[in-house]
Design a protein around this ligand. Structure first.
Ligand SMILES: Cc1cc2nc3c(=O)[nH]c(=O)nc-3n(C[C@H](O)[C@H](O)[C@H](O)COP(=O)(O)OP(=O)(O)OC[C@H]3O[C@@H](n4cnc5c(N)ncnc54)[C@H](O)[C@@H]3O)c2cc1C
Length: 458
């Protein structure tokens, strides 16, 4: 295929944000070149969402076998074969990668393999080739971050990238950071038999979640034997014969084989010509307006590179928004409060909308109901504990839904419709939920909020 000298859109980075923009732009008739230095699919497909969820599924299988006796099934857990786990994980990733590359090719998007650099408001250079475009999209994503003075050696002090490539299971591990990535690895390794300690400077696990969700996860993790050092800061790590010794500012030390650093991800923007071309950057993040346009009118930016929620589905949505804006379609800024968030640990934590504290801070008169999963038939059958908490404006719509329990990640889709459509609790209470399902807990919480609780103890 011969490309025109100037294409409509050149995209730097083929991760969730970049490839979503590419697919939508080509669907809308634009000519697109996407520059990718590694593999199309980016972090999410190769080092993030997908491989971690495959590991979590293997971990869940271990738990099912170990807990089988409570369901009257006798079975013995033997061992985890990490080579086989990795083969399964690799097969899932490879299958999706094949599908994605096929899709990209079928939409006539040219993928240029190489490290690109922004060289003007309308051009990217890759290995000496200049690609000119009417518009440039920056989508170079993010990489694991560390703390000052904390050297990652990729052997005993590692990142999530390293952890996903392990061919063994550590006997003991300290996880620094209790966000989604830290909690998911804690969950996996604990199921696989490792002794796990999470260290978090803030007072709770998943600290951005509703506090009651954090507390439920902390309780569930404690029951699973996952140790937690919360509200305490890391001071330093030293190497020992067996691995590492982590020092906390409280004076406490923890010895383990491994330290996983999961303190967040930093944007990939250095040395790529962004600032030289006039793109405003703050702490490495590219600054954008509500339509993902940078300070240079011909340049947009999406995904983990901009200071919005670092989630694959946010990258998809931002990529689509940019493609549609460039094609001249009417677009609406994203409502970031309305983005569903899931931590896929055992148990899962899922939320959408705002927390009770945010609602109060924003001046809402708030009412809330917490429906305990102990009252839900399917939760009892599965043997999962947790809750669904719904926050609403008094005499107004639902503002947030916060859940903990097995499989609640699948329930957040309904909660998303409720919050984003600004449904009233009484309207949701009209909807019939199938019995017995976990989704009934969402229905029950809204029935209670609408003043007509069914299976709720007041
Ligand atoms: C362990 C882990 C688990 C996660 N789990 C989830 C989850 O369950 N759900 C969820 O929604 N999100 C999850 N995420 C976050 C998700 O992966 C990211 O939000 C998403 O990948 C961001 O997409 P992006 O396109 O902005 O960046 P990326 O996916 O990082 O893609 C950027 C791409 O740009 C390329 N690139 C960079 N610089 C250049 C250059 N100069 N030239 C050419 N190419 C370049 C990179 O190679 C990369 O492919 C997880 C992340 C991690 C690390």
């Amino acid at each position: 295929m011969t490309q025109p000298d100037t294409v409509d859109l050149v995209i730097l980075g083929g991760g969730s944000g970049g490839y979503a923009a590419a697919l939508r732009a080509s669907e809308l008739g634009m000519t697109v070149v996407m520059v990718e230095k590694d593999k199309v699919g980016g972090t999410c497909l190769h080092r993030g969402c997908i491989p971690t969820k495959a590991l979590l599924h293997s971990a869940e299988t271990v738990d099912v076998i170990k807990e089988a006796a409570q369901f009257g099934v006798n079975g013995t857990f033997e061992s985890v074969d990490m080579a086989a786990v990795n083969a399964y994980k690799g097969k899932v990733v490879e299958g999706l990668f094949k599908g994605l590359t096929g899709l990209v090719a079928s939409r006539k998007i040219e993928v240029v393999q190489g490290t690109g650099k922004l060289v003007s408001p309308t051009a990217v250079e890759v290995d000496g080739r200049l690609i000119e475009a009417n518009h440039v999209l920056l989508a170079t994503g993010s990489v694991p971050r560390s703390l000052p003075g904390l050297d990652i050696d990729h052997v005993s002090v590692v990142t999530s990238d390293d952890a996903l490539a392990f061919d063994g299971i550590p006997e003991s591990v300290v996880i620094l950071g209790a966000g989604a990535i830290g909690c998911e690895f804690a969950s996996v390794w604990s199921s696989f038999g490792a002794e796990v300690t999470i260290v978090e400077a803030l007072p709770h696990l998943v600290p951005l979640e509703e506090e009651s969700s954090s507390k439920l996860l902390e309780r569930a993790f404690r029951k699973r034997g996952i140790k937690q050092e919360l509200g305490v800061r890391f001071s330093k790590v030293e190497k020992t014969e067996e691995g590492i010794r982590v020092h906390l500012e409280s004076g406490k030390t923890i010895d383990a084989e491994l330290l996983l650093v999961a303190v967040g991800r930093g944007p990939v923007s250095e040395g790529l010509g962004y600032e030289q071309v006039g793109v405003e950057v703050e702490r490495g993040f590219v600054k954008v307006d509500a339509y993902c346009q940078t300070s240079v009118p011909t340049i947009s930016a999406v995904g983990d590179l901009i200071p919005t929620l670092q989630l694959a589905h946010v990258g998809f949505a931002e990529g689509i928004l940019v493609a549609e804006r460039l094609a001249g379609l009417p677009v609406t800024p994203l409502d970031y409060d309305g983005v569903p968030r899931v931590t896929y640990s055992h148990p899962e934590v899922a939320s959408v909308g705002i927390t009770a504290k945010q609602a109060t801070d924003r001046g809402y008169d708030v009412i809330e109901v917490t429906y305990d999963l102990a009252g839900n038939g399917k939760a009892r059958i599965l043997g999962t504990a947790g809750a669904v908490k719904v926050i609403a404006q008094r005499d107004g719509p639902v503002l947030g839904v916060h859940m903990v329990g097995e499989r609640v990640g699948e329930l957040i889709a309904e909660a998303q419709l409720i919050t984003n459509w600004e449904a009233l609790p009484a309207e949701v209470a009209q909807l019939i939920h199938p019995h017995p399902t976990m989704s009934e807990a969402v229905g029950e919480a809204h029935l209670a909020l609408a003043g007509k609780p069914l299976h709720s103890h007041s």
